[in-house]
Design a protein around this ligand. Structure first.
Ligand code: PBG
Length: 331
């Protein structure tokens, strides 16, 4: 054939492909989510729907953090498993400066100071109704929720959090958190906003890990669809991006990642700050379950998924594959 343009030339050998490669994935781009639970000994409890992940006591958590840091991972995102007895409808335990969560942050910053700690600012682990906001008259009270979150964020910053990450989707929370942090002198604490967080069924295994499902009860909304975004919407993610940038977000996030690659792309196109994507628990569980059945190759699929998320425009990825991916890349 008389065919002058042959794209296959650039695929002809590994070195040719290395030179032509458009997307890079390295440990620089990985953030490991971790679950912390109460307890004195160095212990962990497996999360059955997330093979390879567990809830850890603080001393076990510190050990894990040291390993992650040694592997070159720059940051962890920490989530607390709060005992049911401490959960209330007003989620007040979230603002206690001396409870499991800030204590875990302090331990991490003391023992592994270079590792960045991203704290979760949302009420669901503390809320006996299982929602990210305070339930009032069958609905989520946006502004009352933000008042609690402001105190919560200051407690987290005081404990040493490097980035505060509101995962709740209340309106106006980025600006309100920025003001609260600045008022208390935490001008250097960054905000990583969950900008476009969808009302997704892919959070199931995470809610198993923290026992944080919305409670099925009269007067409690049955799902999070009045605050998390409709999976059908992309334009709205651009609008949320504009608001978060105006309100002072330092980094933005899209969540989940794989069913929302177009949203990652759009958010990246219109923003001038780093964009994160959260490769969530259900996305992890899918690959793990198929691999356990011998139906998919875990390493190949995980690396392909992470590369795809980077190609879509994510600067960093929160992923339960972080530790394995860091090991695989070091092989
Ligand atoms: C809640 C929160 C959720 C996740 C992170 N923070 C679940 C939810 O919104 O119900 C999910 C993460 C995952 O599935 O890995 N603030």
């Amino acid at each position: 054939m008389d065919l002058p343009l042959r794209p296959r030339r650039l695929r002809s050998s590994e070195n040719m492909r290395r030179m032509a490669r458009e997307t890079r994935l390295s440990t620089d781009h990985l953030i490991a989510p971790l679950f912390v639970m109460d307890g004195d000994a160095s212990r962990e409890e497996a999360v059955s729907s997330m093979p390879g992940q567990s809830r850890m006591t603080v001393s076990r958590l510190v050990g894990e953090a040291k390993e992650l840091s040694a592997l070159g991972i720059p940051a962890v995102a920490l989530f607390p498993a709060i005992p049911d007895a401490m959960k209330t409808p007003d989620a007040r335990h979230a603002t206690d400066p001396d409870h499991l969560y800030p204590n875990a942050v302090r331990a991490l910053k003391r023992e592994v100071p270079e590792l960045l700690v991203i704290t979760d600012t949302a009420l669901d682990p503390y809320n006996s109704d299982g929602h990210d906001g305070i339930v009032r008259d069958g609905d989520i009270d946006n502004d009352a929720t933000i008042e609690v979150m402001q105190e919560m964020a200051v407690v987290q910053a005081e404990a040493g959090a490097d980035l505060i990450a509101p995962s709740d989707m209340m309106d106006g929370r980025v600006g309100a958190l920025r003001r609260a942090l600045d008022d208390e002198g935490h001008t250097d604490t960054a905000i990583l906003s969950y900008t476009a967080k969808y009302a997704s069924a892919y959070y199931g295994p995470f809610r198993d890990a923290l026992d944080s499902d919305p409670r099925v009860r009269e007067g409690v909304p049955e799902d999070k669809s009045t605050y998390q975004m409709d999976p059908a919407n992309g334009e709205e993610a651009v609008r949320e991006t504009m608001l978060d940038l105006e309100e002072g977000a330092d980094m933005l996030m899209v969540k989940p990642a794989l069913p929302y690659l177009d949203v990652i792309y759009r958010v990246k196109q219109v923003s001038d700050v780093p964009v994160a994507a959260y490769n969530v628990s259900g996305e992890y569980a899918q690959i793990k379950a198929a691999a356990q059945n011998g139906w998919l190759d875990e390493k190949e699929c995980a690396m392909e998924a992470l590369t795809g998320i980077r190609r879509a425009g994510a600067d960093v990825i929160l992923t339960y594959f972080a530790k394995d991916a860091a090991r695989w890349m070091a092989e």
